[in-house]
Design a protein around this ligand. Structure first.
Ligand code: CTP
Ligand code: MG
Length: 239
């Protein structure tokens, strides 16, 4: 079954602040979204990559994306929420490419620039024959406190069986469209949530914490360090 990737990149980055949406902020010498595009467009296992922009996007055209042009479709159909952007993108992608109902779609946040090729391969290997699909995720490591009144702890929550969801999240085209249509209007912040609402159980594929989502300003510095460390290792290994 072919794999297609879809990158929602129509958000405003309000928690990070600033004028420029975070997916375009400079990171390791490139706009942030460049890193996700490089990995997904560079994978020989992914047939095509679609990026979903806000219809009012004025940043995309300021950068050079020609390195990806043979694999990439740019869809200017982002919506008011992530779920809406993904759903609009899936519909537009089917007009751009011949996608079958059972083809796999990998949805990956533009704001996760540190996804490693080995993680992507692991996800594809573990889920290619799965009936439902699934996602990269990391077991919760910290002790969890439920906040109560006056900024004090109400109680400690068990972290047993708790995972932090990452992306890519990978589901079959028609089922993901159905799930997102049904979830319309609810506050679903990932694709797996919409699939779960159908009564299905996505598989958790252990990922690594380096695949962080840049949400707050301090995450930018962390992502910069992760990418610099990876570049240094690559240089060392290549002589
Ligand atoms: N996204 C999108 N369309 C939206 C909202 C979000 O395509 N209407 C995308 C973002 O561009 C990002 C991914 O979904 O790549 C994850 O969302 P998030 O980290 O929440 O990004 P923003 O919504 O941009 O940030 P914030 O919630 O802080 O405003
Ligand atoms: Mg958001």
């Amino acid at each position: 079954m072919p794999f297609f990737a879809l990158i929602p990149a129509a958000g405003a980055g309000s928690r990070l602040g600033g004028e420029t949406p975070k997916q375009y902020l400079p990171l390791a010498g490139r706009p942030m979204i460049h890193h996700a595009l490089q990995l997904l467009c560079g994978s020989p296992r992914i047939a095509r990559v679609c990026v979903v922009l806000s219809p009012g996007d004025t940043e995309w055209e300021r950068h050079d994306w020609s390195a990806f042009s043979s694999r990439l479709a740019v869809l200017e159909c982002g919506g008011a929420t992530r779920a809406e952007s993904v759903l609009n993108g899936l519909r537009a992608a089917r007009q751009a490419f011949a996608i079958n109902d059972d083809d796999w779609i990998l949805v990956h946040d533009a704001a996760r620039p540190c996804l490693a090729a080995a993680q992507l391969d692991r996800l594809l290997d573990e889920l290619a024959d799965d009936a439902v699909g699934g996602l990269l995720a990391v077991p919760v490591a910290d002790t969890l406190k439920r906040g109560g009144s006056g900024g004090r702890v109400a109680h400690t929550e068990s972290r047993e069986d708790l995972w932090q969801a990452q992306t890519p999240q990978m589901f079959r085209y028609a089922r993901l469209v159905e799930a997102l249509c049904r979830a319309g209007g609810t506050a679903m912040t990932d694709d797996a949530g919409a699939i779960e609402a159908l009564g299905l159980h996505p598989r958790l594929v252990p990922g690594d914490p380096f695949n962080l989502k840049v949400t707050y300003p301090q995450d930018l510095a962390l992502a910069e360090l992760i990418l610099a460390g990876r570049r240094a290792t690559w240089r060392k290994n290549s002589g």
